[in-house]
Every structure is written in C-alpha cells, then in structure tokens.
Write a protein that binds this ligand. Structure first.
Ligand SMILES: Cc1cc2nc3c(=O)[nH]c(=O)nc-3n(C[C@H](O)[C@H](O)[C@H](O)COP(=O)(O)OP(=O)(O)OC[C@H]3O[C@@H](n4cnc5c(N)ncnc54)[C@H](O)[C@@H]3O)c2cc1C
Length: 263
C-alpha cells in the first residue's frame, strides 16, 4: 500500500510560552522551539505499522519553508521511506484552502492508496484532512483511532464519537483519514535512525514542479483573511489558582468541596 502522511512543523507547546506578538497579527515566533505536530507523529507511526504488515511504502510530505525539512527527516528516521518537501515563496500566507491546493497538486502527481493527516495542527482549524478529501473527491473519515486493512480495495476504520463510544466503518481506497491522538504509541527516534537519514536527499518541489498556478495559493489565492488575533479577557468568575502543584491541588479540592462537587 502506498501511504502518504501530511506533516506540519509546529511550535512545541511543552517547550514554549506562547504569546501574541506586538501588532496582534500572529504569535511571537522568535526563539520558539519547534517539533512535529503531535497528531502527525501518530499518523506516521500508523502508516509504518500498516506498511510493515501489508508492504508498500510510506512518504511524508510537508508544506513550509526550509525549516520544514527537519521534521521530514525526523519522520524518515522514525521509519518513513521517502520525504517530499513542498516549498515556494508563492505558498507563503496560504489559507487552509490554499494549503490543500498545494497538497492536492502534489498528490495528483503521485500515486497513493491512503492519505493520512492529523486531526488538527497548531492553527487548530482541523480543516486540511476533510477539505483535501473533498477536493480529491475521495472518501474521508475523521477522528480515526483504529485502522485494519481488509484487502487492497477496502480498510476498516474505528472512529471516536460522543460519550466515549466507538464507531466502525469500512471505507474504500483510495481515501483520506484524519488520525486522532492515542491510536498507537509512536516509536522512539534514536540517534542511529537520525544518522541513517542525515544525508538522504529530500526533493523540494515548488508551484511549477507540481503544475500549480501561483495565483491559486498564497495571499492572492486566500479567501479568508485573519482580522484579529488576541488573548480573550478572563470572564467573570474565572479564578487562576496560584502556588506550587500541591497548593493548587489543595485549593482546587476546597473549591470543589465548597460547591458540592466532591465530599
Ligand atoms: C489569511 C491566512 C493567512 C495565513 N498565512 C499563513 C502564513 O503566512 N504562514 C503559515 O504558516 N500559516 C499561515 N496561515 C495558516 C495556514 O493556512 C494554516 O497553517 C493551514 O490552513 C493549516 O491549518 P491548521 O494548522 O489549522 O491545520 P489543521 O487543518 O488543523 O491540520 C490538520 C492536518 O493537516 C496537515 N497539515 C496542516 N498543515 C500542513 C502543512 N503545512 N504541511 C503538511 N501538512 C499539513 C497535518 O496532517 C495536520 O495534522 C494563514 C491562514 C490564513 C487564514
């Protein structure tokens, strides 16, 4: 099975304090530590496990500046067979649809049975997987937390639904799935794996290489414009508990007891 996994380089929320920048147009990006989007790491692990069971290959693709290469290489060190880097000045400032157009053009140049995305990334729109499926006219399942290959035309997918319930579906290939956290335990990427792929050439494709008109992407292709970006004021009644973890827990228990939440 030929599997493509879409991966995004995002600020690592465990390593950074995220703040809005001075003009309120974006977050403050100086000195941020970046890593692979958590959901995408699960998707790559799942793709590797499927390939190891049924054969085929795993390709990781990322749209972004030259820094995106570092996460493509990391996922190859994890076990993906190939990497594709989509990078062009024309891609900058693309909205979600622009980003999907870039991925779609690259996908249509290749031949894939299964496309995996994360459920969401740092911009949190959760739009890429579904929109990509719609634009490719392929079936789509979201919030996938289980995949079984039935044969080379059909797979079975489990989806997390409300109240902790689970739904199972059969879905025809080729299809797009957005992968939910917890589907697997991603493997550790060791130094040996990193060394193995350190000098592998990762092809970089721009708009003309994938037959995409630059007008359809970037600022000129965007149909959504961000008009503001801010931290909302705290609502009345919100209380930030302060102190060390023990003190915070003590205060929390007191509050819950006073409101009848626990006895
Ligand atoms: C007007 C406007 C201007 C913007 N300008 C910029 C800009 O200049 N620079 C910028 O970085 N962003 C910009 N963005 C944000 C950009 O459009 C989003 O990053 C993009 O739509 C993905 O959104 P998301 O993070 O919400 O992804 P989601 O839809 O939440 O992500 C779901 C999955 O899609 C896949 N995916 C997401 N992004 C990528 C990627 N880059 N490569 C491969 N796979 C991916 C991953 O599998 C991910 O898990 C802009 C948005 C708007 C509306």
């Amino acid at each position: 099975m030929e599997i493509l996994v879409c991966v995004k380089r995002v600020p690592d929320t465990a390593e950074n304090e995220i703040e809005v920048n001075k003009d309120g147009s974006d977050i403050e990006r100086d000195d941020l530590v970046y890593s692979i989007n958590e959901w995408d790491n699960y998707a790559v692990e799942e793709a590797i496990q499927i390939r190891d069971k049924v054969g085929g290959s795993v390709t990781v693709v990322s749209v972004g500046g030259e820094e995106a290469e570092e996460i493509i290489r990391r996922e190859m060190a994890m076990g993906a067979d190939k990497g594709v880097h989509l990078s062009d000045q024309a891609f900058e400032e693309s909205d979600g649809k622009g980003l999907v157009r870039i991925l779609q053009a690259a996908i249509e140049k290749g031949s894939y049975d299964l496309i995996l995305t994360g459920v969401q990334a740092d911009d949190g729109a959760g739009q890429v997987g579904g929109m990509l499926a719609a634009m490719l006219d392929w079936p789509f399942a979201s919030l996938v937390n289980h995949i079984e290959v039935i044969n080379d035309r059909t797979i079975k997918v489990g989806r997390e639904i409300a109240a902790g319930n689970q739904e199972m579906n059969e879905i025809d290939l080729p299809c797009v799935l957005s992968i939910q956290t917890g589907i697997n335990e991603p493997r550790y990427v060791g130094i040996r794996g990193i060394r193995k792929v350190a000098s592998v050439e990762i092809p970089v494709f721009g708009a003309s290489d994938i037959g995409l008109s630059p007008d359809l992407v970037g600022k000129s292709g965007a149909t959504i414009s961000r008009v503001d970006y801010f931290v909302p004021d705290l609502g009345e009644g919100a209380e930030i508990l302060e102190g060390d973890t023990g003190e915070i827990l003590e205060k929390l228990i007191e509050i819950l007891q006073s409101k009848g939440g626990i006895k």
